[in-house]
Ligand binder design. Structure first.
Ligand SMILES: Cc1ncc(COP(=O)(O)O)c(C=O)c1O
Length: 360
């Protein structure tokens, strides 16, 4: 129950990884088309996940990939401000910090109450605020912000809303067509059960067009060229978001299994996955009632996520309980002085009960 750290590969993903490995053992099995087909199919799967056209998906290798693209590509200059939330995961913060060297301010809101509300954010926005960037679900507290309300505020105030969905995509439904988000970044190796070093980014089309960031990966620009006769390097200007894809976009060993896991989650339906996962969290929360364990995370949805962080009345007991859970075969995380339990679709009530027994 440690998906917030790494989601395991699904069985179809393992089969896809085996197939990709076989192809690399015998590269004659790989035809040229595969270099275009895999990224295209992966984008189609991701687009079904967030309700956007596949051409708007940017393939990356991490959460950071998309944030780094924005930090480099947004037209920001001295005096502009990026607003973040105190206590957010470092991956949401560090990509923006180099901008301070060119005079862009990076400020963090310390919410009076967690999670940060749109009302409080409103009091924090300044005329110089260009971007508000936040995790949807916070890794060290499990709190989930109200994306709809915060997005609406940002839109009203002309502030770009950049959302880090790494701890949410795959366990909370999202439709970017109807949600006021300008950019979404996510890794693929947690709730999407892909291999490590997978991720994606989505930018609202107008935003993608505003970025000032040049990169030119030969295979993207030469897509469709027949290298048996056409070898002249060229730059295309009709690539759309694909011009920002990570290099080696047909990363067979990573992207083929990742796609298989995403397809499995889509077959289950993210609404159903979310309901299953919240059922497990509810069982945990109820099971901890009346014990010396205290919730760090919000107790009720929608601020409650599928990351449950708990502390103990006696903090000394936290590392001891972590070790006892590991001995009992229960894999969770020890983060920021708390235990973090993050079950996903493969977990059952029995897994939760085993953890509750050890905690008791
Ligand atoms: C909220 C959040 N964002 C991002 C990451 C990872 O960032 P990256 O994919 O860039 O390694 C994590 C955890 O590792 C996380 O909890």
């Amino acid at each position: 129950m440690n998906t917030a750290h790494q989601g395991p590969l699904s069985r179809p993903a393992v089969m896809a990884a085996h197939a990709a490995l076989q192809d690399k053992v015998s590269p004659a099995r790989l035809d040229d088309d595969a270099f275009l087909t895999l990224p295209r199919e992966l984008k189609e799967s991701l687009s079904r996940l967030i309700g956007t056209p596949a051409e708007e998906i940017i393939l990356g290798n991490s959460t950071t990939y998309g944030l780094d693209l924005l930090a480099h590509g947004l037209p920001l200059s001295r005096g502009d401000e990026i607003l973040l939330v105190e206590g957010d995961f470092p991956a949401t913060v560090t990509p923006w910090l180099p901008l301070e060297r060119r005079g862009v301010a990076v400020r963090r809101v310390e919410p009076r109450a967690r999670p940060l509300t749109s009302e409080e954010l409103e009091t924090q926005l300044r005329p110089s605020t260009r971007v508000f960037c936040s995790s949807w679900v916070f890794s060290f507290t499990g709190e989930a912000i109200d994306v709809e309300a915060i997005g609406r505020l940002c839109r009203d105030r002309g502030v770009l809303f950049v959302l880090n969905g790494s701890q949410a995509i795959g366990t909370r439904p999202l439709d970017v067509k109807t949600t006021p988000v300008d950019a979404l970044v996510s890794c693929g190796f947690k709730w999407l059960c892909g291999p490590y070093a997978t991720g994606f980014c989505w930018l609202r089309r107008e935003l993608a067009d505003r970025l000032d960031y040049e990169q030119a990966y030969w295979l993207t620009h030469m897509a469709g060229a027949d290298l048996s006769r056409d070898t002249e390097p060229r730059l295309r200007d009709d690539l759309g978001a694909a011009r920002y894809d990570v290099f080696c976009t047909a990363n067979f060993l990573n992207f083929a299994p990742w796609r298989a896991s995403i397809e499995l989650l889509l077959d289950y339906g993210i609404e159903r996955v979310a309901a299953h996962n919240q059922g497990l969290i509810e069982r945990l929360v109820t099971g901890l009632d009346g014990t010396d364990w205290q919730l760090v995370s919000p107790r009720e949805e929608p601020a409650r996520s599928t990351l449950l962080l708990i502390g103990h009345r006696d903090p000394e007991r936290v590392p001891a309980a972590f070790a006892a859970l590991a001995r009992a075969g229960v894999d969770i995380a020890h983060r920021a002085g708390s235990l973090r339990i993050s079950p996903h679709v493969f977990n059952s009530d029995a897994d939760v009960d085993r953890a509750l027994d050890v905690l008791a």
